[in-house]
Design a binder for this molecule. Structure first.
Ligand SMILES: O=P(O)(O)OC[C@H]1O[C@](O)(CO)[C@@H](O)[C@@H]1O
Length: 215
């Protein structure tokens, strides 16, 4: 399972990259806004900077909702760097646009996936990734990881090439469950990734080894 970091914060992207486990980056308009990146040119420049930091797939999200506008915006994003994956929302024009991008050699990540039906449509259109939002499903009172298991089964049975990119990750347990259930990629903020390091018995064991080593 690949690890993407889900942020537009350059310091956190660098930290995850230097940690050695990073395979790519996802962002969205809310994450850009959080970092104070505003205005079309600044946003494009920020994507370029991220592409220079990490040699892996970088999802850049369109903010258009009609077919022609999505195509225009997606082409501009894709032209920034070969590693850019155009993130397109799960709406009717979005699915149409994913098919167009696929036919024209531009890779896409279909975002805002909350059901198996939506993921099947995106896969049929040729999306490189689908992004099921497991934390937001949990917030609504369902178990988001169940969708990962269901998609994993369907994509396997159907032989889809689309990768399951588990998004809206809130905890280390989400990452572990996604690995168990067959997600191809997990995109997470830095904290749940670093949370995977922790176990109290590791800390106790290390303290004892270090104490014994001193004699
Ligand atoms: O529910 P959250 O934590 O806002 O996450 C939303 C998700 O949407 C995405 O845009 C999907 O790629 C990610 O950036 C993020 O994981």
């Amino acid at each position: 399972m690949k690890f993407f970091i889900d942020t537009a914060n350059l310091a956190q992207i660098k930290e995850a990259h230097e940690f050695g486990v990073l395979d790519g980056v996802t962002t969205n308009p809310s994450l850009m806004h959080k970092e104070g990146i505003k205005g079309h040119e600044n946003i494009l420049q920020h994507y370029k900077t991220i592409c220079e930091l990490v040699d892996g797939d970088i999802s850049a999200e369109v903010v258009s909702t009609t077919f022609d506008e999505i195509i225009k915006e997606g082409k501009e994003l894709a032209a920034l760097h070969p590693n850019i994956v155009v993130k397109v929302p799960m709406i009717k024009d979005g699915v149409k646009a994913i098919k167009w991008f696929t036919d024209n050699g531009i890779r896409t990540n279909c975002t805002l996936i909350f059901s198996a039906g939506q993921a099947i449509l995106a896969a049929k259109a040729g999306a490189a990734y689908v992004s099921p939002f497991i934390g937001r499903i949990d917030d609504s009172g369902w178990d988001g990881t169940e969708l990962i298991g269901q998609l994993s089964h369907i994509f396997n049975v159907q032989g889809y090439h689309t990768q399951i990119l588990a998004a809206s990750i809130r905890s280390p347990l989400h990452i572990i469950k996604c690995a168990e259930l067959g997600a191809h990629v997990v995109t997470s903020p830095l904290e749940p990734i670093l949370g995977l390091l922790k176990h109290p018995l590791t800390d106790l064991g290390l303290a004892k080894f270090l104490a014994d080593a001193k004699g």
